[in-house]
Write a protein that binds this ligand. Structure first.
Ligand SMILES: [Zn+2]
Length: 262
């Protein structure tokens, strides 16, 4: 197995499967070495396609085409993967997913997910009303744009009644130093208070992106006890299982955090 399971499949067994890929054994001198399914950060196709096939097998879907990954751009566009999406050919699907930072679907046995290396992956599952799952990429720009709340609104419009959320492995406050202009933008967007702090030694601003997203999810009606924050930091976690752009560079593999309706 190249994945670890998340909290949603433990809470809703037989309904949904949430997972995070694990880099596993790798050569530390090669930033792409280890398990990574991301195809647009410079990795060799033979490597990431092999990993995709292995991930499909781990998920029991045996079809790498049923693993859907947007080509993320730190924006706030979210694609609804409905029956019309299914009728597109591969090129058409890729075009629709280009420049997209989140996906929502009601389709079963289709794994949607997000590639990250420090940014925050967010998974959503509506456990009452229309059954839907969403996978959202929230770096600091996406967080400022309120992409998680936008996904919740789209799910509610599509019939979701109650939603549970998982905020995955991502950079922690201590590791996430930002410029003053970013801190000011967060404060102006109502994401100040405990979300922003100052390092007492360097005086630099630090942002808690996980807390910012928790705040936004709670602000759009998700019960706080249904928001599960992983809390582990991609950059300083000692296991070596998560890719981190701040630790190993932008030209590297990615951690894929995904969700699938069963
Ligand atoms: Zn950290």
């Amino acid at each position: 197995m190249n994945i670890e399971h998340g909290p949603l499949c433990r809470l809703f067994p037989g309904k949904v499967l949430d997972f995070t890929t694990l880099r596993g054994s790798h050569d530390a001198s090669d930033p792409y070495s280890g398990f990574s399914v991301c195809g647009y950060t410079g990795d060799r196709a033979e490597h990431y396609l092999g990993c995709r096939a292995a991930l499909a097998a781990d998920l029991g879907i045996n079809d790498p085409q049923a693993i859907i990954q947007p080509r993320q751009v730190h924006g706030d566009k979210i694609a609804m993967l409905d029956d019309a999406f299914r009728t597109l050919d591969l090129q058409g699907q890729e075009k629709l997913l280009d420049g997209t930072d989140g996906t929502i679907t009601a389709r079963r046995q289709v794994a949607i997910g997000i590639n990250t290396a420090d940014c925050v992956p967010i998974l959503l599952y509506s456990y009452q009303g229309t059954q839907l799952v969403a996978a959202i990429h929230a770096g600091w720009r996406g967080t400022l744009a309120g992409i998680a709340a936008k996904a919740v609104r789209q799910m509610v419009q599509a019939g979701a009644r109650k939603i549970a959320a998982y905020i995955g492995v991502s950079i922690c406050r201590q590791c996430f130093e930002v410029g003053d202009e970013v801190a000011e933008a967060f404060a102006s967007a109502g994401l100040g208070g405990e979300i922003i702090s100052r390092n007492k030694v360097t005086g630099k601003a630090h942002i808690d992106l996980q807390a910012a997203n928790r705040h936004q999810l709670a602000g759009c009606g998700i019960a706080p006890e249904m928001i599960f924050t992983d809390g582990r930091c991609s950059r300083h976690d000692a296991s070596g299982n998560y890719f981190s752009a701040r630790r190993i560079g932008v030209h590297s593999g990615r951690t894929f955090t995904g969700i699938m309706l069963l």
